[in-house]
Design a protein around this ligand. Sequence first.
Ligand SMILES: [Zn+2]
Length: 416
Amino acid sequence: MAAPGENMRVNADRLWDSLMEMARIGPGVAGGNNRQTLTDADAEGRSLFRRWCEAAGMTLGVDRMGTMFATRPGTDPDALPVYVGSHLDTQPTGGKYDGVLGVLSGLEVIRSMNDLGIRTKHPIVVTNWTNEEGARFAPAMLASGVFAGALGLDYAYARTDPDGKTFGDELKRIGWVGDEEVGARKMHAYFEYHIEQGPILEAENRQIGVVTHCQGLWWLEFTLTGREAHTGSTPMNLRVNAGLAMARIMEMVQAVAMEAQPGAVGGVGQAFFSPNSRNVLPGKVVFTVDIRSPDQTKLDGMRAKIEAEAAKICAALGVGCSVEAVGHFDPVTFDPTLVSAVRNAAEHLGYSHMNIISGAGHDACWVAKVAPATMIMCPCVGGLSHNEAEEISKDWASAGADVLFHAVMETAGIVE
Ligand SMILES: [Zn+2]
């Protein structure tokens, strides 16, 4: 038997036009966007989104983190809403689609329901989370983190940008401090549609990524203490070389990640040598190991192995070793019912699809702590993102929006 509304699609042209119109706000220097959170450009983007939502008959609520919730009522006043959304803020040299696609596809779902006279039992809420990117105010996914109860409101308000301005003051300045308590809303479901930001879907020639998990991570900051000494006059057997210890630890991290295949990554992206002089053995080396996996046991096992092996490496060289966990996110398993709704929608619509794991963090990863949640992904050219050259095709954009449309209809319940 055919699923209800099997052939219904969103309006691909209208979705694309809206993406292009939003991209005119906060233009970058190379065809992308610089619409960082709580800037004047962000305020302008928010106003445009509000106008569009109101024109589509929705009512807007705003919480004390400035997150925007535009509601289309359902027929059952007691039914919890189905939420869709992502973020309109960008990196300083960001693309036109990262985040924006998810918010504006949510809006397009509402516009299409209006066009087709579709009513749902559950209300539908289109969401724009404040400061997903974290480029201006670290950490990333700040508002959804507060929403999920993982971060405090005072902590968020006190975050500072590179100019020393606080999140709280800047939110007030652009006029988007709402009156809703953060996290008070209860969700029947949350769907986030996002570009993949990686190369897998394009390489596999699939239109839709059915996102089953979000990777967890540990950032382990190592401080190695050796002895500063002349590189020319210090005999090899008398050196306490913190740099050598780092090199051996980097090799070991690679080996640990390879042993944990598939479904694990690990590496070092940042290192500081002190005094960082050509002819001085480093007395101090600070570097960060980044390990990730969607599997909690594997992730924690990698961490334990790396710390134990690093201690041995350093002991053998007489180098002091201390480790601090400076970043952490538990892996997320998305809600199986919602994951199935996404997969079924792709099937009904005849779109090629595959299961995929989100390699990056998203607001959905925090929301999943407090509500059933999942994500939908579409390919992006060359896997490129956080780059002004980020690109997707109109067909890719609308295929994912169609899947969102159908998954939302199934979850929100169509009223005949
Ligand atoms: Zn994003």
